[in-house]
Design a protein around this ligand. Structure first.
Ligand code: MOS
Length: 733
């Protein structure tokens, strides 16, 4: 099959971003706006016995101080994964109970941010302290078998294919290893922030969110008002990747305060508070058993996971969905358990399960290659599959083998010597070359798209999708431009606004695969409608020429679109702000995106400092719609993978509750000096089944497998197998 590669289009927001003209929620300013800040609990668990806000209230410029005494009547919005709208079921400030360190206990609103901060520091609280538990080694009573939990089936059912236990027990070559990861926190530049504004009984929320419709319906439920009275506008998420996927705790507080004061209120969650105010990537532990014959055929695997959740919610763990699909393994068993800890509820963070599932599994595959004396690329190629091992359905498309072959060629893999510690550079640094594969589900969400063209040559498109920084506006404008013959800068994109079209949650790497085909379908409907305006005379004429010839100022069309095999009922969920995605398991096929990463590390022999000078990543994400933003996504994913492998950890001291990190000095991220060359290549072949444009999705698969490729490279450089993330200098001493 040949591919028509789409042209490289510059980001339509590039100049605004570089000039700082892009406005995020915390940049928002309204006349008379007041500033709010949170005061937070300093115990690991317990309850408030007394809270003295008198000094705070007495400070000049303070307009309002709210505690649980005033807010206990707020209604719960429910937890997103339990059918509700919220990042967790617990709404802070509605009771004196403290479930976790850093839980907000008071809201202060003042004329300036400085006064609000000073007042918050004057609040005095007495607590009754109860013991807390933060680790995965918890008492049995705190461990939940996910299979037995009330989480919706079949989404959170354990995977069982064939007879993994029996086949593994008989396998000639067995790997049995346990891998673990620290907690990670998203640290986007744009913090969680809300500006709430009331006008004639109607509430407008300006907030960077991936789920404007969910925030709208959730906040309406909390305040006990109809959703029709709430509008949520999220023109720029400012770094999403799961952190901003649902109703956050601060939103209703800003709305409540703004209503009480008759002024708009801005509430920014400070970075020092983010480690407890936002969701996070749970700590996990993965035991992988992988059995093969002497020839290197993988016969059976068992993937057991313990993942952290909060005491008040069950945040599901979905690791085997991807690990069971990476290779063609006929017998696969999985068991996922959730461990209750005294934290806020963990949540989604880029490739929320796939990153660690593939770190564990692809490390085990490398250990198997080592045990067999086989090349790790050849071992993976020999275990490729074109049929879904879990359901037996056809895969919509899978070009992982081609990713591995092209990546190996581009990287120069043939020059790798097999023995660990056998490659060095001229300065005596140890060189390690590692490979790993990744996969991520290709899901689709329902979407409504509206399109209007004007006789002056401009167009307005409204689509249900959020701009998370990935460049969705650029992808939409380019696709519409190609269809309509209107320049991208003449197309206004109205997205992330509940007043334009219903805004389904934008997560799970389904943004482009959902919104671009919807926009293109709207454009096709528009071309048909234009042709009907001027029967027999529309060909070769631009939309504006047709409108002028027909004496029309503008023309509107609207379409709605859902995943293959999805019932119409999903549009009801869409309209009420509830998630309704489908994938990877469609009625007639299973769909995943794939990637292969090739990584070079250099380890300084004395200090054991690890550098990553070179990465080659080859992705199969179906059709590449926007080459520039897609390559950018992959580079960002690789950087995130380097962070996950070598830097990021939210530190826990079991004596205290919560996380010790409080800023970007303590939460260590890779900086420019840590990043070398990242070469990105795409298979760029349309998927024939998942949607008319052949798009599978890219945002999350980009980082999947990076950490395993790094750990495998570290092993190749040093002979030391490291199974806990992050890997740091001291682990190589
Ligand atoms: Mo993503 S972790 O599905 O926003």
């Amino acid at each position: 099959m040949t591919t028509n590669t789409f042209p490289d289009v510059a980001r339509i927001d590039a100049h605004d971003k570089v000039r700082g003209a892009t406005r995020y929620a915390s940049d928002d300013s309204r006349p008379g706006m007041l500033h709010a800040t949170l005061a937070c609990a300093t115990i690991g668990r317990g309850s408030i016995q007394s809270i003295d806000t008198s000094a705070a209230r007495a400070l000049r410029g303070v307009r309002l101080v709210l505690t649980h005494a005033e807010l206990s009547r707020l209604q719960p919005a429910g937890f997103l994964l339990a059918g509700g709208y919220g990042v967790q079921s617990l709404q802070p400030l509605t009771s004196p109970n403290i479930a976790y360190f850093g839980q907000p206990i008071a809201l202060v609103v003042a004329e300036t941010l400085e006064v609000a901060l000073q007042a918050a520091a004057l609040i005095r609280t007495a607590y009754a302290v109860e013991p807390h538990q933060m680790g995965l080694d918890a008492p049995e009573a705190d461990i939940v078998a996910q299979q037995e939990s009330p989480l919706p089936k079949p989404m959170f059912e354990d995977v069982h294919v064939g007879d993994a236990d029996a086949v593994f027990a008989q396998a000639a070559v067995q790997i049995d290893a346990t891998y673990a990861s620290a907690v990670q926190h998203h640290n986007p530049m744009e913090l969680l922030a809300t500006v709430a504004e009331w006008s004639e009984g109607r509430l407008t929320i300006h907030e960077g969110t991936q789920n404007a419709e969910g925030v709208r319906h959730g906040v309406a439920r909390q305040l006990g008002i109809p959703a029709e009275q709430v509008r949520v506008i999220s023109p720029q998420v400012g770094g999403g990747f799961g952190q901003k996927n649902s109703l956050q705790g601060q939103t209703v507080l800003a709305a409540f305060a703004a209503r009480a004061l008759g002024h708009s209120v801005k509430l920014v969650v400070r970075r020092s508070q983010l480690f407890h105010a936002s969701s996070f990537r749970a700590a996990t532990r993965h035991r992988i058993r992988l059995g093969a014959d002497h020839g290197g055929t993988m016969l059976a695997a068992i993937h057991e996971t313990d993942a952290q959740t909060s005491r008040h919610d069950l945040f599901p763990s979905v690791n085997a969905e991807v690990s069971a699909r990476l290779h063609g393994i006929a017998n696969f068993g999985a068991r996922e358990r959730l461990v209750r800890t005294d934290t806020q509820t963990p949540g989604y963070m880029r490739a929320p399960f796939e990153h660690m599932a593939c770190f564990a599994f692809e490390s085990a595959v490398d250990e198997l290659a080592q045990a067999l004396g086989q090349d790790p690329v050849a071992l993976r190629l020999a275990n490729d599959t074109q049929r879904d091992p879990v359901t037996g359905k056809p895969l919509s498309s899978r070009h992982l083998a081609e990713c591995l072959r092209r990546g190996a060629a581009r990287f120069g893999w043939a020059r790798r010597s097999m023995a660990p510690g056998s490659m060095q550079d001229a300065e005596g640094q140890l060189i390690g070359w590692g490979v790993a594969a990744g996969a991520y589900k290709a899901a689709t969400a329902p979407a409504v798209a509206r399109l209007r063209v004007y006789d002056d040559g401009t167009a307005l498109a409204s689509v249900g999708v959020h701009e998370m920084g990935q460049g969705i506006r650029t992808a939409l404008a380019a696709a519409l431009s190609r269809k309509l013959g209107i320049e991208p800068d003449q197309i206004t994109l109205d997205i992330g606004d509940t007043n334009s079209t219903p805004q389904h949650i934008t997560v799970g790497s389904w943004g482009t695969a959902t919104a671009v085909p919807a926009a293109v379908e709207a454009a096709d409907a528009m071309l048909s409608a234009l042709a009907e305006l001027l029967p027999g005379d529309a060909a070769g004429r631009s939309p504006a020429e047709i409108l002028r010839a027909a004496g029309r100022r503008s023309l509107d069309v609207a379409i709605r679109r859902k995943a293959p095999g999805q019932p119409d009922a999903v549009f009801t969920r869409l309209a009420t702000g509830l998630p309704a995605p489908l994938g990877p398991n469609y009625p007639d096929f299973v769909s995943f995106s794939y990637i292969a990463h090739f990584v070079e590390v250099r380890v300084e022999p004395t200090t054991r400092r690890i550098r990553v000078p070179r990465v080659v990543s080859v992705a199969d994400c179906g059709r590449v719609i926007s080459p520039r933003t897609a390559a950018s996504q992959v580079r960002g994913g690789v950087v995130w993978g380097i962070g996950a492998a070598l830097r990021e950890a939210s530190e826990v001291d079991p004596r205290y509750g919560g996380f010790l990190n409080a800023d970007l000095a303590d939460y260590v991220l890779p900086v420019n000096a840590d990043i070398g060359d990242i070469e990105v290549e795409f298979i760029d072949r349309a998927d024939p089944l998942v949607n008319a444009m052949g798009i599978k999705g890219l945002g999350e698969v980009a980082m999947v497998g990076v950490a395993a490729a790094i750990a495998n490279a570290v092993h190749h450089a040093t002979g030391i197998r490291l199974r806990d993330l992050p890997i740091r200098i001291e682990h190589l001493m």
